[in-house]
Every structure is written in structure tokens, then in C-alpha cells.
Design a binder for this molecule. Structure first.
Ligand SMILES: [Zn+2]
Length: 386
């Protein structure tokens, strides 16, 4: 569309198919011309709910620099018919455009007076001005969404938590209430929440600084050519839902990888002929959830739960907390059971009537299965309750 904002200017955008992400900063992909390339990934997030084999990526060719291993950069992807901007190096340019074109309802009267402004030991993305009043603003890019909600961060961010605290301290300098602007790259969500499942410390700080920091989550959309769409809107933050659900309690999934087939003695349950591959265990701790997950990650000499025997033989253990005030362990086990077969009758289900709480996922890691991510989002991003 003529005249609309384009963060990449006239740079030629190319399409490629995702193959693999060997590390946080690199993706392997294949251009539509057939050429296989490596591209820099300018986004530190996990994004494993979006990056599957054959996902359509958008890449650009950047001038080669001595410090860069590849001349390609992955700037976006296609998910369920939506184009999503991944390049966090463009987030501030997008934010500046939204501010200057007066597209953020609560900041209409403010002008950009500076960028990358240092205050004491901290640096903030923007300084805004209205007459003699000043306002600091920090920008974050959000690409984690599903089931009507957007969440941030998708990986633990101590830096993000510190930014919230530093913004809160600025309030005491007498300036206007500082703002943290979350640019949400999808028009589908209605709600915004900190991801208290993944980063409890960030989320607690998010809640604690509420009196001192204003949070503005703005949903925007991109056309397939990465020009900005005309629609945008502020998302609602369900504060009371957050207050109730944020806590060190709830259910969890434990992903375990057994490197080779072997017979395991599972306490009184007896012998399990375990195949090599991935297993999913469903448990809960309605108090002390983090301590429980830490316990599962350590190898132990004395076994207490059925899963301890399997954990002892596992080469990888991935904990996925689903924090909630509700008891949903057996409900969750039933949902996992619709995707994967029960691995051993009664495993982890001594106190309930479920067929079992351990499931066999085979050779494909559950985190590489789109259906597994949908299940995870359904439980991690429930409709906020009043
Ligand atoms: Zn059960």
C-alpha cells in the first residue's frame, strides 16, 4: 500500500522455508529458488511455537560485515496466514513510527525528544516531551501469542526485569509515569499478560511496579510485504486474573528423553520396557512448584515418585510449568492422552483414576510438534476469569 510504513524500506524481501535453528542467532533455510542458506536471527526469543520445518520465513540480504557469519538475515515469518515481524533491531523504528503518527491512543500529545537516552547507569529507548513535561518510554517486541492472549517474555529475561525496576525508579525523579510499550505483532490477541509460566520473577516485578509504570500493549499487523497495516489497538491487561494466577503452584509437564531402550524398574509398579525417545510426564504441585521442578532436574539416589526412576535414565529433562490456582493435573493428563499413547498403566496415577500420567511421544520432540504447542497454549493462555 502506497505511503504505509515499511521498516525495511525498498530492501528486497525473499521467501525461504525453515529447516533448523542450530543456535539462537542462526537459522538454516531454503530459498524458493532452491538454494540453501544460513541466516542471522535477530531475535533472542525461543519462538519454538512458530519455527517448524517448512515454516515460511522472510529473509533479506544484508551487506557483509566482518563480524557476521552470513550475509542473510531472517526478518519475519508466516503463521496461520499472518505475517509476523521477528527482527527486534527494527522494533524501535516501528515504535517511533507509531508514536509520531499518533497511533498510540494514550500518548497522543507527546513528541519524541530523544532516543537511546542515558539516565544514570541506565539507557531508555525514548524520551518523550509535552511542553515542559518529560516521559521515559521503553519498548519491547512481543511475538508469543495464541488462544486470544499475547504474553511476554517467551524466555527468561533478567534484563527485561531490571528495565521495569529502573523505569519504576525514574518515577521518583518527578517525571511523568514512565511507559513500557509492548509492540505485539499480531492483531488476533485481545489480552496481554506477562508470561508468569516461563518467567515468574519478571511477572512479579511487572505486577509490583504497576503503580509507577504504565504498561501499554499495542497490537499491530503486517501485510505480506511487511508494510504496516492500518489497524492497531491497545490490548487489555486482566490484572485480577494475573494477581490470582501468578504463583508458585499449578501443574507441569516434564519432557524426558531416553537415549536408548532399556528395562526400568518403576518401584512397586514393576518393570517397564521403555523404548528410546521422548516421554511426557504430567504432575502438579499446588505449593512449591519451582522447587519440585528443580528437584526433577537433579539426579537423586533415593526415589520417591515413579518419574524419579525414569528421570534417572533420561539424557534430557525439560520442565514446562503451567501455573494456575486450579487443580488441573488430571484434566491435563487427559489432554496429553489425546495426542500420545499412555506409556505405562498407573504410572504417576496412584491417587487418581487416570489410566496413567506418563505418555510416550516417540522420536519427535514434543516441542517440535505443533499440536503439542496448541495444547500448551490452551492451558497457559486460558480466557481470563473475573
Ligand atoms: Zn490423574
Amino acid at each position: 500500500m502506497a505511503g504505509s510504513f515499511r521498516p525495511f524500506g525498498n530492501t528486497r524481501l525473499r521467501r525461504a522455508r525453515f529447516i533448523a535453528r542450530p543456535n539462537r542467532f542462526l537459522v538454516h533455510c531454503q530459498l524458493h529458488s532452491g538454494e540453501r542458506i544460513e541466516a542471522f536471527m535477530p531475535n533472542p526469543g525461543r519462538m519454538d511455537e512458530m519455527l517448524f520445518p517448512d515454516t515460511e520465513l522472510t529473509v533479506i540480504q544484508a551487506p557483509t560485515s566482518a563480524t557476521r557469519r552470513t550475509q542473510w538475515t531472517c526478518v519475519g515469518l508466516e503463521r496461520d496466514g499472518e505475517s509476523i515481524l521477528l527482527d527486534t533491531h527494527r522494533t524501535n523504528a516501528v515504535a517511533r513510527h507509531l508514536l509520531e503518527s499518533r497511533r498510540i491512543p494514550s500518548l497522543l500529545g507527546w513528541d519524541v525528544a530523544g532516543a537511546e537516552v542515558t539516565v544514570g547507569h541506565s539507557r531508555f529507548d525514548f524520551l518523550l516531551q509535552q511542553g515542559r513535561r518529560r516521559l521515559w518510554l521503553e519498548v519491547k517486541s512481543c511475538t508469543l501469542f495464541g488462544n486470544g492472549s499475547a504474553m511476554f517474555p517467551d524466555a527468561v529475561t533478567e534484563r527485561g526485569r531490571r528495565h521495569l525496576q529502573e523505569l519504576a525508579h525514574l518515577r521518583q525523579t518527578g517525571a511523568a509515569r514512565p511507559v513500557v510499550l509492548f509492540v505485539v505483532h499480531s492483531l488476533r490477541p485481545n489480552w496481554f499478560l506477562p508470561d508468569y509460566h516461563t518467567d515468574l520473577a519478571f511477572s512479579r516485578t511487572f505486577l509490583a511496579v504497576r503503580p509507577h509504570v504504565r504498561v501499554l500493549p499495542v497490537a499491530i499487523g503486517w501485510n505480506p510485504d511487511f508494510s504496516l497495516r492500518d489497524e492497531s489497538r491497545l490490548l487489555r491487561i486482566p490484572w485480577s486474573h494475573l494477581q490470582r494466577e501468578i504463583g508458585d503452584r499449578g501443574a507441569y509437564l516434564l519432557l524426558l528423553r531416553l537415549p536408548e531402550a532399556r528395562a526400568l524398574e518403576i518401584g512397586r509398579l514393576g518393570e517397564m520396557q521403555a523404548q528410546a525417545g521422548w516421554y511426557i510426564y504430567v504432575g502438579s504441585a499446588m505449593a512449591g512448584l519451582d522447587a519440585r521442578l528443580q528437584r526433577h532436574q537433579r539426579r537423586r539416589k533415593r526415589f520417591h515418585w515413579h518419574v524419579d526412576y525414569l528421570r534417572d535414565a533420561a539424557a534430557e529433562v525439560v520442565p514446562l510449568p503451567i501455573r494456575s490456582s486450579l487443580r488441573q493435573e488430571c484434566d491435563l493428563a487427559a489432554a496429553v492422552g489425546r495426542l500420545y499413547p499412555t506409556a505405562m498403566p498407573r504410572f504417576g496415577a496412584s491417587d487418581c483414576s487416570c489410566p496413567g500420567h506418563l505418555f510416550a511421544a516417540g522420536s519427535t520432540a514434543p516441542l517440535d510438534n505443533p499440536a503439542f504447542h496448541l495444547l500448551l497454549q490452551q492451558y497457559r493462555m486460558p480466557q481470563p476469569r473475573r
